[in-house]
Unconditional design. Structure first.
Length: 209
């Protein structure tokens, strides 16, 4: 049985869209107003872990299809970069989706879908473990597709004879629909009071487009 390290080096992996939509359902916020640095530091402080780095992942809306959110994410990611936060963004893929209108007719709307972000998170978790960068992978997501990476991390830790923990962080409230973290991980729940201490002081929403 590998010895548990006294100092637990931690890397935070944040799925930006998954975190936003879970926060929206749990706390009612209409835009991503989280400060990922504050959130990661808060969780690590309460767990007694050493936060070494933060990695943020999100889909990026196309400027012509959705100029409002393209501006928002471009500005927010730029500020994260000045704070030493690694960020990965991938353009959304768009398709037409048929929607039924109240009068019984239908119309086609353009819908953006995020593809490949969970894969990039999984690759980051595995690669940094192989490089012996962390002892704790702190994943801000409830995406069950990431349960497989948790299984892989445990296999690698056995081969490397190292103590490794994977934790899933997510918001919880009476209105939250999803009350489960990623399977095969330690679940860390964020309540409204804790979340509100980690709000971003900057509002990246454009005044006009």
């Amino acid at each position: 049985m590998p010895n548990e390290p006294v100092t637990k080096r931690t890397v935070a992996f944040i799925d930006g869209q998954n975190l936003f939509y879970s926060v929206k359902k749990a706390f009612g916020y209409k835009f991503p107003n989280y400060d990922v640095e504050k959130l990661a530091k808060k969780v690590c402080l309460e767990k007694g872990w050493q936060l070494d780095s933060i990695r943020f992942y999100t889909g990026m809306p196309d400027a012509s299809a959705d100029p409002f959110w393209h501006h928002f994410w471009t500005a927010k990611l730029a500020i994260m970069g000045t704070r030493g936060i690694y960020s990965f963004s991938r353009p959304l893929r768009y398709r037409h989706q048929t929607t039924l209108l109240p009068d019984g007719t239908s119309t086609a709307i353009l819908v953006g879908q995020e593809k490949g972000v969970d894969v990039r998170i999984a690759l980051g978790v595995v690669r940094l473990e192989l490089d012996n960068i962390y002892d704790v992978a702190l994943i801000f997501s409830q995406d069950q597709d990431l349960s497989e990476v948790s299984d892989e991390v445990k296999k690698i830790s056995t081969v490397q004879h190292r103590w490794i923990k994977v934790a899933s962080v997510f918001p919880i409230s009476p209105t939250a629909e999803n009350r489960r973290g990623i399977n095969n991980t330690e679940w860390i729940k964020i309540d409204r009071a804790m979340y509100d201490t980690c709000l971003d002081k900057m509002d990246y929403r454009p005044k006009s487009i």
